[in-house]
Design a protein around this ligand. Structure first.
Ligand SMILES: *[C@@H]1O[C@H](CO)[C@@H](O)[C@H](O)[C@H]1NC(C)=O
Ligand SMILES: *[C@@H]1O[C@H](CO)[C@@H](O)[C@H](O)[C@H]1NC(C)=O
Ligand SMILES: *[C@@H]1O[C@H](CO)[C@@H](O)[C@H](O)[C@H]1NC(C)=O
Ligand SMILES: *[C@@H]1O[C@H](CO)[C@@H](O)[C@H](O)[C@H]1NC(C)=O
Ligand SMILES: *[C@@H]1O[C@H](CO)[C@@H](O)[C@H](O)[C@H]1NC(C)=O
Ligand SMILES: *[C@@H]1O[C@H](CO)[C@@H](O)[C@H](O)[C@H]1NC(C)=O
Ligand SMILES: *[C@@H]1O[C@H](CO)[C@@H](O)[C@H](O)[C@H]1NC(C)=O
Ligand SMILES: *[C@@H]1O[C@H](CO)[C@@H](O)[C@H](O)[C@H]1NC(C)=O
Length: 605
């Protein structure tokens, strides 16, 4: 009887399949959705925990920091950028989703975490180095956003800064410039003072854009890991080494050490990696990849991969004095490796307030609650445009409208003005996202609009809303369901543009009521936008008003986010109206890890 009880308890703590066993199987991506340019560090001092962060571009809060003990279940524990005064310039960045926070490096040293990163302004000319604002942030408590320091800026005329501590205590910065070379200089990490000349240590193996350098010292060698080929189809990881920190570096005869180029894998663009070792001595690499399939090799912007650059894991064998070897990345990883712990969501640290990557949202904006750590704005928010459970509107979020809609003036900049918009990442191939919107008596003027969106950037988004419109030649303003979208990326050749703007008089049953608005990825190629009666605890009957295809939401650097917005579409000033959203739900329905049949045909209209 007692043995039976003990076994039951053990079975609850350790799932039977993994109890007492070494697990040598896992699925990629390990961090799904918009998580590009990964960088990780293993910290034995903090309970054998892995920590990672990613490029966050225009999102704020930014630089999300995740923690894991099994490398499979990842919990968002803080946002290193959570105070607008850490990055005031973020408000003014144009260039859709290709400016902002780039390629961080996360490291741990003597009780302190360091993030080195760049705030990039892609609208400035190539030769204007003020387009790259490089800085360092530190904390001794990665579990609290508020504990990350203000930035310490340093001069570096490029991107992808990565720190290195040599055995003699000297500290160095290595980074990438002009898409041509890896440069290195001694740098004081406390003050940001550059202590010597920038020296070109590596030009790559001949492909464009040697970048994302990370320096590791092992067996008396300086090992330089870089990315090369640009972040698209030719992207790859390259190794080089030298006995001297300043070179000359010799390339690994097996370069590229990690690549998916010309493979028919669903996982393409593999590269931009970082290496770390777990408590059992196993080395691991984390890298970025897009789930796009073979056509991506020839036609990246006519492929379907709306989630953009995600984070994948692969084991690395690195015997003494030898070059490391990486296993190729696939959806199902098996082989001669052992995960550091049998994977279970119960292994994640209890500290840190965010959810697990891939978790569902059940957000009710209860009185006294905060915005969850994984929700974010596009650039800096106007804080007063958001209020949780204001009097008379308990269990809802007030959105005070912005003048700007999600397209803004030109699908690019916002000239420092805010957009009232709260979003989260699409983390599943198939998902359902919805909110109830309260609009009746609140939206009173023409163009007042509150809605939900699937957004890749200001020039690529599809929205479903309740909007006040005069339609069909009528002079009378009336609430409508509006489906509107824009897709104008210039990266696509031949250029294919898409605009939709359709409206339907609000159905009788929804007049005066809360309206539920939903975005659902119904398969891997199509998003459906639907509306129905809100305010019900049960799922209400939804009617689909429009579809958007994944190939109209093609990422360059980011990935699709879904969220809610309120805008007066260019008129009546900031704060023209208030609307309320409630019952915020996101449900992950399916994770597709093999090239899906339904993507064979990419078509446009
Ligand atoms: C499990 O993995 C550990 C560490 O990699 C190793 O020491 C041990 O021998 C393995 N056990 C089995 C049963 O394979
Ligand atoms: C570089 O950009 C900054 C910021 O926009 C601007 O003030 C400066 O004049 C530019 N410098 C050059 C050389 O173009
Ligand atoms: C990189 O290329 C430049 C220009 O050709 C050359 O001057 C430099 O010596 C090269 N650097 C290295 C480390 O090979
Ligand atoms: C790994 O992928 C690369 C690039 O597609 C390919 O050339 C190589 O043969 C693959 N290696 C293995 C062991 O499958
Ligand atoms: C305008 O009229 C057309 C044709 O009758 C109808 O399909 C459409 O839904 C109407 N639009 C609005 C906003 O009422
Ligand atoms: C967005 O707002 C601008 C004015 O700021 C307006 O010109 C434009 O039509 C609106 N809608 C879209 C989809 O761009
Ligand atoms: C999220 O919700 C869906 C649909 O209800 C469910 O199938 C799935 O298991 C949930 N995911 C998690 C991680 O709980
Ligand atoms: C995906 O869903 C869309 C919208 O319902 C549909 O038109 C398309 O045929 C579906 N694709 C497949 C392969 O089922």
């Amino acid at each position: 009887m007692k043995v039976q009880t003990l076994l039951t308890v053990l079975a609850a703590v350790f799932p039977l399949s993994s109890f007492g066993q070494n697990v040598s199987t896992f699925h990629n991506p390990i961090l799904t959705g918009f998580h590009p340019d990964p960088t990780c560090v293993f910290v034995s001092e903090l309970d054998n925990t892995f920590f990672c962060t990613f490029s966050s571009f225009l999102t704020f809060p930014g630089l999300p920091v995740y923690a894991s003990r099994d490398l499979i279940n990842w919990k968002l524990i803080s946002n290193a950028l959570s105070r607008p005064d850490q990055v005031p310039a973020l408000a003014f960045l144009p260039r859709g989703a290709t400016s902002g926070i780039y390629a961080p490096t996360l490291r741990f040293r003597d009780g302190k975490f360091y993030i080195f990163t760049t705030l990039a302004n892609q609208a400035l000319y190539n030769d204007n180095y003020t387009r790259w604002d490089n800085f360092i942030m530190t904390t001794e408590d990665p579990y609290q956003s508020s504990k990350w320091s203000d930035p310490v800026h340093f001069d570096f005329p490029g991107i992808d800064p990565s720190p290195f501590w040599d055995d003699d205590g000297q500290t160095y910065i290595t980074g990438s410039i002009d898409g041509k070379a890896i440069l290195q200089a001694p740098l004081a990490f406390e003050t940001g003072e550059v202590l010597g000349p920038l020296i070109d240590i590596w030009n790559g193996t001949g492909l464009p854009s040697p970048e994302a350098p990370h320096m590791y010292k092992k067996d008396g060698w300086y090992y330089l890991l870089t990315a090369e080929g640009g972040t698209r189809e030719r992207h790859r990881s390259i190794f080089a080494r030298s006995r001297d920190l300043y070179g000359p570096y010799e390339g690994d005869p097996n370069n590229p050490v990690l690549s998916s180029y010309l493979s028919d894998s669903y996982f393409q663009a593999v590269g931009h990696s970082d290496i770390f070792q777990d408590q059992h001595g196993q080395y691991w690499a984390i890298a970025l990849s897009v789930r796009a399939g073979y056509s991506y090799n020839f036609d990246p912007y006519n492929s379907i991969f709306p989630m953009g650059r995600e984070a994948v894991l692969t084991p690395v064998q690195w015997p003494e004095n030898s070059w490391p070897t990486f296993q190729n990345v696939s959806g199902l990883m098996t082989g001669a490796f052992t995960l550091p712990l049998p994977p279970s969501p119960s292994t994640v640290p209890s500290e840190g307030s965010g959810p697990l990557n891939g978790a569902n949202d059940t957000i009710n904006f209860e009185p006294g609650s905060q915005l969850p750590a994984h929700l974010f704005h596009w650039r800096l928010p106007k804080q007063s445009s958001y209020a949780i459970s204001p009097a008379g509107h308990e269990n809802s979020l007030r959105l005070t409208s912005s003048v700007l809609n999600l397209t803004s003036f030109d699908g690019d900049s916002t000239r420092g003005q805010p957009q009232t918009f709260l979003a989260r990442r699409q983390e599943h191939s198939r998902f359902r996202f919805g909110v109830d919107v309260e609009w009746a008596g609140l939206l009173t003027r023409e163009g007042n609009e509150v809605g939900v969106t699937a957004l890749q950037g200001q020039a690529q988004h599809f929205d479903l809303s309740v909007a006040m419109l005069k339609a069909n030649g009528s002079d009378e303003l009336a609430p409508h369901i509006r489906f509107r979208g824009i897709s104008t990326t210039t990266y696509r050749l031949p250029e294919r543009f898409k605009y939709v703007d359709e409206a339907w008089a609000l159905p009788e049953a929804l007049q005066g009521e809360k309206v539920r608005l939903m975005v659902e990825a119904v398969n891997t190629t199509h998003y459906a936008f639907s509306a129905g009666l809100g305010g019900c605890e049960e799922e209400s009957e939804m009617k689909v008003y429009g579809y958007a295809r994944g190939n109209y939401l093609i990422p360059y650097y980011s990935g699709v986010v879904v969220g809610a917005y309120a805008t007066s579409n260019g008129r009546f000033g900031e704060g023209a109206f208030d609307a309320y959203v409630s019952r915020w739900r996101y449900e992950g329905l399916e994770q597709v890890r093999e090239f899906p049949e339904d993507q064979q045909e990419v078509y446009w209209d």
